[in-house]
Design a protein around this ligand. Sequence first.
Ligand SMILES: NC(=O)c1ccc[n+]([C@@H]2O[C@H](COP(=O)([O-])OP(=O)(O)OC[C@H]3O[C@@H](n4cnc5c(N)ncnc54)[C@H](OP(=O)(O)O)[C@@H]3O)[C@@H](O)[C@H]2O)c1
Length: 263
Amino acid sequence: MKTFKHKTILITGASSGIGEAMVSLLRDPSVKLLLVARSEHKLQAMAEALERQGVRAQAYACDLSQPGAAELLFQRITADGHQVDVLINNAGVGKYGRFDQISLTDTLEMLRLNIENLVALTHRCIPHMLERGDAGILNVASTAGFQGIPYMAVYAATKSFVISFSEALYAEYAARGITVTCLCPGPTATAFQERAGMPVEGMRRLMESPEKVARAGLRALLRGELLHISGAANTIVARLSQLTPRRMRLAITRQLLGPADDI
Ligand SMILES: NC(=O)c1ccc[n+]([C@@H]2O[C@H](COP(=O)([O-])OP(=O)(O)OC[C@H]3O[C@@H](n4cnc5c(N)ncnc54)[C@H](OP(=O)(O)O)[C@@H]3O)[C@@H](O)[C@H]2O)c1
């Protein structure tokens, strides 16, 4: 896929952070943007602002942490006459804390948002993409997906899933006209950390802007990259950590992320 022009682009997590930055970069009179998140008023305001700028946009308020949410969303989109050419699976949440101290409800909602509904939406969108033959999927994972992350165990595992899933789809569909790219941001200055309840002291100076990450991801998709780590520093850290023995890198991560009273 060489251009976003004349494409219908669905983007989850469009209401803030990296997703909102992607929406801004994708503004073009030739595209149609389908904006998905829970914040109905924010999405509606975004869609109206885009329409005023001559960009076709429609808001779909939807809680993708609920069972069957992707299926219902797809039915609404289809009923409105849209067919998705580019799917950006960006919505995601993290939860910080010791595994047993995070509620099972929160954990299962995270699994449904970060994995289950991402897979379901992708599954529903692919048939039209195969017919069109010039389509793309951008999955937003994380550098957290390259290893186990103590105190973010389930989040990191969901992102490992997204990386593995994206790689396999890349191989299945590259010759069939669908580019599948996995974007792995490192720490990014969005609402993510606060929502996850993460300690951010000392991390802020390492953070990239959501605009930079969004631009890197969209470019990577157009270049047909399999996996893109945003930022040179994140790329170096990710590569070095792959060379570090597992126990050592777990101990380092635990030291960095663990609570002060960690034993
Ligand atoms: N920020 C980082 O440091 C960082 C690093 C690596 C990877 N990432 C990944 O980047 C992606 C975007 O996160 P961000 O940093 O831009 O954080 P963010 O500002 O918190 O944005 C998250 C987006 O997901 C939406 N969302 C959350 N829960 C949802 C739900 N149940 N149903 C539908 N939409 C939901 C949010 O909208 P509503 O609240 O309106 O629903 C929002 O639009 C995530 O997949 C995250 O894992 C972030």
